[in-house]
Ligand binder design. Structure first.
Ligand SMILES: Cc1cc2nc3c(=O)[nH]c(=O)nc-3n(C[C@H](O)[C@H](O)[C@H](O)COP(=O)(O)OP(=O)(O)OC[C@H]3O[C@@H](n4cnc5c(N)ncnc54)[C@H](O)[C@@H]3O)c2cc1C
Length: 370
């Protein structure tokens, strides 16, 4: 979010040398973005998330032409599988909404699911949804693409600069304090993902964003997996599989995970994930684990992001994407540049996704959370 916003602000022609990108780690992209599954999809249950995808995914398709960096967009399609009536009914509604908004997702039968992924055991599948334009993109290429392009326009980037304090005076941002010095400024964009709640506290702003650990592993090569294997989600179990190199990337959300900043892999849960994966795809038993890691979702109470200003003048936020923020990064950076420079969102009207909605009870629930 930070890299994209810095790029879009500079691209809009504001004196780029006045834009500073701060990162606490020694390299960019070590937060949620660098640890994510790289999935990008149109398949959401709310109009606003579908509209964000309708803008953001084409930006990823054009990324090489516009930003000059290949991001390996693989349109393998997402196959969401329902194994209970509640999800099957929700899928019907979601596909209708997506089709109405111009997204060509198909609703398919349980038999069709079994036909499409014969290597998987989906005897209990009741229905599925499939969109060929969904797929995967390389997260690191997106981050470094934006940063490289922003630097070329004059944006200053400081890895190894942890924000440790924010000075606010008469409800106006005045200064950011970092481990490498202080910067006087009247404008800050908090794009600290899972850590954004903590950063906001420094400015006296409460953000309902909770860090929640999620983890995954990759397997050694499995030559049986066809090239066109889709991104498969066993929806009721939040269990997913997609091709990664010659093997698979497999993840599952632990519904009992407690909020916190822990990013080590929970080995006990990894076993549960592995057993669930083998049950769905016995072939996985033949593979070895190639790598594993954990990262943090930045979760809001309604699984939608928070965009825009706060009660502190000059303190903006762009956070809370609840497990699907990587794919909405490109449009979100553009939207924040519009809000900061023009005072309004033009590309997509996300004004309802403001911070005030939590006080005012205007929550909008997303069903397709993995
Ligand atoms: C395991 C996992 C799988 C996921 N899979 C997907 C997926 O398939 N598709 C998808 O769209 N989304 C996915 N997500 C969600 C996605 O990764 C996030 O929504 C998105 O990356 C958030 O981007 P961000 O820029 O807000 O946060 P981040 O990428 O975390 O960036 C915030 C940055 O702020 C830095 N920072 C924090 N505190 C400070 C400080 N005090 N000073 C300076 N810098 C600081 C951090 O180091 C970090 O680099 C997944 C997330 C996880 C954890």
């Amino acid at each position: 979010m930070g890299a994209g916003a810095a790029y879009h602000l500079a691209q809009r022609g504001i004196a780029a040398r006045n834009i500073v990108l701060l990162e606490k780690e020694n390299f960019f992209g070590q937060g949620a973005t660098g640890r994510c599954a790289g999935g990008v999809r149109y398949q959401f249950s709310t109009a606003i998330n579908i509209k964000l995808s309708l803008e953001s995914l084409p930006m990823l398709e054009r990324f090489k032409d516009e930003i000059g960096q290949d991001v390996s967009y693989k349109q393998c399609g997402y196959l969401l599988v329902a194994t209970n009536e509640k999800d099957a009914n929700a899928f019907k509604y979601n596909v209708k909404l997506q089709n109405k908004l111009g997204v060509q997702t198909q609703l398919i039968s349980g038999d069709e699911v079994r036909k499409r992924v014969p290597l998987m055991k989906f005897g209990d599948a009741l229905a599925g949804t499939f969109n060929q334009k969904d797929g995967t993109v390389d997260p690191n290429s997106v981050v470094m693409g934006y940063i490289g392009a922003a630097q070329k326009m004059g944006v200053k980037t400081f890895p190894g600069a942890e924000v440790i304090g924010i000075i606010v005076s008469s409800d106006q941002v005045e200064e950011v304090q970092t481990t490498i010095g202080a910067i006087k400024t009247r404008m800050i964009l908090n794009a600290a993902g899972p850590w954004s709640g903590y950063i906001s506290q420094m400015a006296g702003v409460h953000l309902p964003v909770t860090p929640l650990r999620r983890q995954m592993f990759t397997t050694s090569p499995l030559p049986e997996i066809p090239n066109d294997f889709p991104f498969v989600i066993d929806f009721a179990r939040s269990l997913y599989f997609h091709r990664e190199g010659e093997g698979l990337l497999i993840g599952m959300s632990n519904q009992n995970e407690q909020p916190g900043f822990e990013q080590s892999v929970d080995e006990d849960f990894e076993l549960i994930n592995l057993e669930a994966a083998i049950e769905r795809m016995p072939l996985v038993e033949k593979a070895q684990r190639a790598s594993h890691w954990a990262g943090l979702y930045e979760v809001t109470p309604d699984a939608h992001p928070i965009y825009g200003e706060t009660h502190v003048n000059g303190f903006f936020v762009c956070t809370g994407f609840s497990g699907h923020g990587f794919m909405h990064g490109p449009i979100s950076g553009k939207l924040m540049a519009e809000k900061i420079l023009d005072g309004k969102f033009s590309s997509v009207d996300v004004s309802m996704l403001d911070l005030k909605r939590f006080e005012e009870g205007r929550l909008i629930q997303e069903y397709n959370v993995v």
